[in-house]
Design a protein. Structure first.
Length: 509
């Protein structure tokens, strides 16, 4: 049995709330970057002479590097120290952003995006694991993760607003340059105020076979879904990537079971509660990414909104996420078990998504889109906050980096799947609608209307799938996550016993 230490001996870091500011700022920068470049892409493509066939690589290069290297980045944080990894990731991300903003051609842009992804893979797990080991009191942890969860959920929508402003009023290059002040302030602040607890490093030798297998497996998986979007699901290359990914990831699991110092200790993912978080969160992100994609196109193409107006149209979702995360989630997290926040949260988001299945060409923004976004934001904010906290709760401090990386990996893979899967469903439904209705449109105005109706029909079909995915997320959270409410004392678990029972307030390490 692990020894239960005297909780009075545990001293909270006096600078923890200042540290949260810089950790949150870095997380905001990484999340912003996932959507801010999307708005700038058409302008950048024209300026740099990037072909239509290669423009997806501006997004894909980042996604592949980020998704493929996350587990490695999490392990580096555990091995090298989270603070050092965090600051290094920030400096590298700023340098890569400067390179992207100064790009003179396609190769320079794609290289900069891949570098951003690689340094993001160092930065993201280091940020979350720093948060996990810095805030050990249950009530303070709830507040800290409430703020972090709001940023993780709503940052993408903020990126759409900022991207619209920068592209419309300045230049697409500023969607890259804007990262530099974020990174410098966060790096200097982290260097001065972040204090990493002693004894939290994992100095075991690096699992090189695990690094290679996990990186190649995740890259194949993310690229498979990205390729499916453009080449189709039955394409030989797409199928080959999925088969290769399955083989590599199975070999990775076997390797982790056999080696003495695994990259991803299987105890991190086989814990019932953490496994439930990774799975339900990854599925929910599929629905979220689909929504960003379709609503952006709907507002700009169907409704004729400008980039800035489109960004502002996402504000109700951001407000909902902030309220759900910092008010509902934070206030209830120490009073009710996590599943009683996560499952209702995903269901509330599902109701918001259900409203959006009623989209039509002439749909009122205030009458349908605004309340749907509020419900989505409230639901996701309420669910994200306990999910982020529970994903690292009870983990041995030496595994905090890789456990945090798994949260980011589930979100990154979920995003890739969401974009490809839902886009394919939408495209198929649009094609079917146009085949049925195009013959009846005999005038240019009628043809344009049928085209728009076909697009909206496609969005509605895909959003129905997103509703189902959110219901599945809620079910997984309700069934798999069975931990009780956190106590009022310290919660940062560690040691062998931590994974067996996360209800124990503190476990010795």
């Amino acid at each position: 049995m692990p020894k239960i230490p005297d909780t009075t001996a545990i001293q909270a870091d006096p600078g923890r709330w200042k540290a949260l500011i810089f950790i949150a700022l870095a997380q905001l920068m990484v999340v912003l970057d996932a959507t801010i470049v999307n708005i700038a892409l058409p302008s950048a493509q024209q300026d740099l002479g990037i072909s239509d066939g290669n423009r997806q690589w501006v997004i894909t290069a980042y996604a592949l590097a980020f998704g493929g290297l996350l587990l490695f980045g999490g392990r580096i944080a555990d091995l090298w120290g989270r603070k050092r990894t965090f600051v290094t990731g920030l400096i590298g991300f700023a340098a890569a952003s400067a390179l992207g903003g100064a790009a003179t051609g396609e190769a320079m842009m794609l290289g900069a995006r891949a570098l951003q992804g690689a340094f993001g893979a160092l930065l993201a797990p280091a940020a979350l694991s720093l948060l996990a080991v810095t805030f050990t009191d249950a009530k303070e942890r709830a507040k800290a993760f409430g703020i972090y969860g709001a940023i993780a959920g709503g940052g993408g929508a903020v990126g759409l607003i900022l991207g619209g402003f920068l592209t419309e009023y300045l230049n697409w290059r500023w969607t890259f340059f804007v990262n530099i002040p974020f990174a410098i302030v966060a790096a200097v602040g982290a260097y001065l105020v972040v204090r990493e607890p002693a004894g939290g490093r994992n100095r075991s030798p690096l699992d090189i076979p695990g690094v290679i297998l996990s990186t190649l497996g995740l890259v194949s998986l993310v690229y498979g879904f990205t390729r499916a979007e453009s080449a189709g699901w039955s394409d030989a290359g797409t199928i080959g990537l999925f088969v290769g990914s399955a083989v590599l990831l199975i070999a990775f699991v076997v390797t982790e079971y056999l080696v003495k110092s695994p990259l991803l200790p299987l105890r991190v993912v086989t814990n019932r509660n953490r496994g439930g978080v990774y799975l339900s969160l990854g599925l929910a992100v599929i629905a979220m990414f689909g929504l960003f994609l379709f609503l952006t196109y709907y507002l700009q193409v169907v409704k004729g909104y400008s980039p800035v107006k489109t960004g502002f149209a996402f504000l109700p979702m951001i407000v909902g996420m902030i309220v759900g995360s910092t008010q509902i989630g934070t206030r209830l997290m120490t009073r009710v078990p996590p599943r009683l926040l996560m499952a209702p949260g995903f269901l509330t988001a599902g109701i918001g998504m259900l409203l959006l299945t009623q989209l039509e060409v002439g749909t009122s923004y205030a009458g349908l889109i605004l309340p749907a976004q509020l419900l989505l934001g409230l639901g996701m904010g309420t669910a994200f906050m306990p999910a982020m906290s529970l994903a690292t709760l009870g983990v041995d401090p030496r595994d905090a980096g890789v456990a945090s990386a798994m949260v980011n990996t589930s979100q990154q893979v979920g995003g890739a799947i969401g974009t490809a899967l839902l886009n394919t469903i939408a495209a198929s439904a649009t094609t079917a609608y146009l085949a049925d209705h195009a013959a009846g449109a005999t005038t240019p105005a009628a043809q344009k209307l049928v085209q728009l109706q076909g697009m909206v029909e496609g969005y509605s079909a895909a959003i129905w799938w997103a509703v189902g995915i959110l219901v599945l997320s809620a079910t997984i959270a309700a069934v798999l996550i069975n931990t009780g409410k956190p106590g009022g004392g310290p919660v940062a678990g560690s040691g062998a016993g931590a994974d067996d029972e996360v209800r124990i307030p503190v476990v010795a390490h």
